[in-house]
Design a protein around this ligand. Structure first.
Ligand SMILES: *[C@@H]1O[C@H](CO)[C@@H](O)[C@H](O)[C@H]1NC(C)=O
Length: 542
């Protein structure tokens, strides 16, 4: 027994001996937004900061007679997949909705808006008719035969759509969610654009709701890449919740209440949140309605949503019943699966952070989550756990490497990414063909010539091991939806450590949560007091 205690003491000393690493979250935030510039398709603007990229995909949609120039490449290839692109924009928008003030305090608000608008401008183009949404440009099969820079692309740019006869309620729902959430982001800075986004969102929701079906049944070639495994019911609930938040219209709320049971909203208890499976996000948004205290009438249903939301949170916190918890690596990273595990870590960090803030603002009696293992978790512990995951990402891990590319002194140098792994088109415009790229660049021993700053790669395996090799796509490929949730979390963590930085009380108003009741009482027309530093005063070009 004594020996055991000694060992325990030794272990504790060891833990204490590891110095707590302090990370520059504001730097991480700045870098995360650069990543979206690397992923841009289309004609790049004069103020493009990632200068190793150039125009690409300038004839996208031409064959089909529709302008589909723009949008984002999803990962290390050049297909424009609608479903993950829309989820990326929803998460970026949610980040700004919750942490707009915090992002503005770091000076990154304008860049964050640009990242969203690059997506929403594309969705506007892609939604050519109330019941037509262009879902994909290019296809994974032909794209993956080639290892080329986007600027050299010679692969098929065939575009695929969903319509009334070939529906895709998941894709229509997610795009509606993205546009509704973005409409909230642009509400003050660009009311006209915001209104336009909302109209598209409402039409897309209607389309998805009336013409039911999974998009990968209509567009078979998407199935091997972004199959809609969870179906479309989560996206329809998700879209309705965002539309309710954007419009305050009762019918959207009733949709979420009335379909709660049939759509699995209060049935599914799931421990992952991703571009495919949105139940946890749905449940957390629904919980917020309850916590806001405005929806007593629907409390019975909303409480069931909340109970499932808490299942997700407690599983992530390792406080669920034993076999219901999310696995962790020995180094403490949430571990869902081998291929691109980091996407689940970043979404979990985001949901935990957001929920922690919701708890913080809830009534005193409701400020904890009672987890199935009997423990209670308050807002502080919840956000601290999110921070632990982010710190792991940034370098506090057994490999002592940052998984956010370009951050810190050690990070992946061989990201599985066509553009980053080939000499910049701006430096050498000599055409590089399909297989030439494989021969001369993919298989090269040297590190990538271009740094994909701000990309969050797939990350380590279940034992915290990571092989920084270009061919190891399960670990070294990055995706736009990995980084998107981190935008909000970085801003929150930066603010936690430098709380005083939001000094301008006016900034708080635009986030919709004025802490000071006296100030609140005196500001009858907060919009008219916008200062030059507030998010709402960003140039009207947005
Ligand atoms: C954090 O990084 C930014 C650059 O993005 C830099 O301006 C700032 O000084 C850094 N802060 C600290 C405390 O090192």
């Amino acid at each position: 027994m004594k020996r055991f205690l000694q060992q325990l003491l030794g272990l504790m000393m060891m833990v204490l001996a590891i110095p707590a690493q302090a990370f520059n979250y504001s730097d991480a935030l700045t870098k995360s937004l650069l990543y979206f510039e690397s992923q841009r398709s289309g004609r790049l603007p004069y103020n493009q900061r990632v200068t190793w990229r150039d125009h690409s995909g300038l004839t996208d949609g031409l064959e089909q007679g529709v302008d589909l120039v723009g949008g984002y490449y999803d990962a290390g290839d050049h297909v424009k997949f609608g479903l993950p692109m829309a989820f990326t924009i929803t998460m970026l928008s949610w980040s700004l909705i919750e942490y707009g003030d915090e992002i503005a305090a770091t000076g990154e608000y304008g860049h964050a808006l640009e990242a969203i608008k690059w997506g929403t401008d594309y969705f506007i183009k892609a939604h050519t008719h109330p019941n037509v949404l262009w879902a994909e440009v290019g296809d994974g099969d032909t794209d993956h035969y080639c290892w080329q820079r986007p600027e050299d692309m010679t692969t098929s740019r065939q575009a695929y759509k969903i319509d009334a006869e070939n529906p895709g309620s998941d894709l229509a729902g997610e795009t509606a969610a993205a546009m509704a959430a973005a409409s909230l982001v642009f509400k003050k800075s660009n009311p006209h654009y915001s209104h336009l986004l909302l109209l598209h969102a409402q039409q897309l929701f209607e389309f998805g709701e009336k013409r039911r079906g999974e998009y990968d049944r209509s567009i078979g070639i998407a199935k091997n890449y972004y199959a809609s495994v969870s179906g479309y019911k989560d996206e329809l609930l998700w879209a309705a919740l965002w539309l309710y938040r954007a419009t305050d219209r009762e019918d959207y709320l009733l949709y979420v209440i009335n379909n709660a049971h049939c759509f699995g909203g209060i049935g599914w208890a799931i421990s992952e949140f991703s571009w495919d499976v949105k139940y946890a996000g749905v449940q957390i948004l629904a919980s917020k309605l309850l916590m806001d205290g405005r929806h007593e009438k629907h409390a019975h249903i909303l409480e069931q949503y909340q109970s499932k939301a808490e299942h997700y949170l407690c599983s992530s916190l390792n406080k669920n019943h034993k076999d219901k918890n999310v696995d962790r690596t020995p180094g403490g990273l949430l571990y869902i699966r081998q291929w691109n595990n980091m996407q689940y870590v970043s979404t979990a960090a985001f949901l935990l952070t957001v929920y922690s803030d919701y708890l913080q603002k809830a009534k005193a009696s409701k400020r904890v989550v009672k987890c199935p293992n009997g423990e209670e978790v308050g807002p502080r512990e919840m956000v601290q756990f999110a921070k632990s995951q982010v710190d792991y990402i940034l370098g506090s891990n057994p490999m002592s490497t940052s998984y956010l590319v370009g951050f810190g002194s050690k990070y992946p140098k061989n990201v599985h990414h066509r553009g980053a792994s080939i000499v910049s088109y701006r430096e050498n415009k000599a055409f590089i063909g399909c297989t030439q790229g494989y021969d001369n660049w993919y298989g090269r021993k040297e590190v990538n010539p271009n740094v994909l700053v701000g990309a969050l790669v797939g990350g380590p395996d279940c034992q915290d091991n990571f092989r920084d090799e270009r061919g190891n796509y399960m670990q070294t490929e990055a995706c736009t939806y990995n980084t998107a949730p981190l935008v909000g979390v970085f801003a929150k963590l930066h603010n936690m450590e430098h709380g005083g930085h939001i000094q301008n009380p006016i900034l708080r108003i635009h986030g919709g949560h004025i802490q000071n009741p006296i100030l609140r009482a005196h500001l009858k027309h907060p919009a008219s007091t916008a200062s030059a530093t507030s998010p709402s005063s960003f140039s009207s070009s947005y």
